[in-house]
Design a protein around this ligand. Structure first.
Ligand code: NAG
Length: 230
């Protein structure tokens, strides 16, 4: 990519970041003076919480797709990884709906707790992904920067989702279900092919799960905020 293209891209990424962080700091909700700057516990409407969560989940899915594509282009060419990477994600045990039709059948309380479960299940692998990519020879910046950003934004989305659950089902003691990830040794294998496949699979799963979360959230926003009229 030429310099102009990448600086434009960096520019638009920065803009998006500013937008997201402003939204999260409750600053850009100008018409609603509900959150004085510096407020720790700001009461945000459910609609605003959903708007932010959907922007974030879309952003995370976009970054995950780009990170996967970048990895695929750089390391996976000709290795036949795609044929091996089938349904072996650490979050598979959470049994989340496969598509929109299936998700439609799931009660929103259950869907919300699935989202929390998937987000929590990614905390640990995302942390290790960042450290392992950082340790790679000639750590590819295009992958590292996205991994760092996704780790950060995943935590923010989790916080946002906890606020949403707190408003939709106040008082409900939620069970903190998540899937434990045990893939660190495979990211550290000495054998290059095995190691690269482990990265490939993890990024593939991340792209898949971020897509699921994004679509569940859009569906929930429609159901809960617009009473399914969208
Ligand atoms: C991510 O978002 C950017 C900016 O909107 C867009 O140009 C790019 O095509 C998106 N990437 C993917 C993989 O969807």
């Amino acid at each position: 990519m030429d310099n102009k293209g990448s600086s434009q891209k960096a520019g638009s990424l920065l803009l998006l970041l500013l937008l997201v962080s402003n939204l999260l700091l409750c600053k850009s909700v100008a018409s609603l003076p509900i959150c004085p700057s510096g407020a720790v516990n700001c009461q945000v409407s459910l609609r605003d919480l959903f708007d932010r969560a959907v922007i974030l989940s879309h952003y995370i899915h976009n970054l995950s797709s780009e990170m996967f594509n970048e990895f695929d282009k750089r390391y996976a060419q000709g290795r036949g990884f795609i044929t091996k990477a089938i349904n072996s994600c650490h979050t598979s045990s959470l049994s989340t709906p496969e598509d929109k039709e299936q998700a439609q059948q799931v009660h929103h309380e259950v869907l919300l707790s699935m989202i929390l479960g998937v987000l929590r299940s990614w905390n640990d692998p995302l942390y290790h992904l960042v450290t392992e990519v950082r340790g790679m020879q000639e750590a590819p910046e295009s992958i590292l920067s996205r991994a760092i950003e996704i780790e950060e934004q995943n935590k923010r989305l989790l916080e946002g989702m906890e606020k949403i659950v707190g408003q939709v089902h106040p008082g409900v003691k939620e069970n903190e279900v998540y899937s434990v990830w045990s893939g660190l040794p495979s990211l550290q294998m000495a054998d290059e092919d095995t190691r690269l496949f482990a990265f490939y699979n993890l990024l593939h799963c991340l792209r898949r799960d971020s897509h699921k979360i994004d679509s569940y959230l859009k569906l929930l926003k429609c159901r809960i905020i617009y009473d399914s009229n969208c």
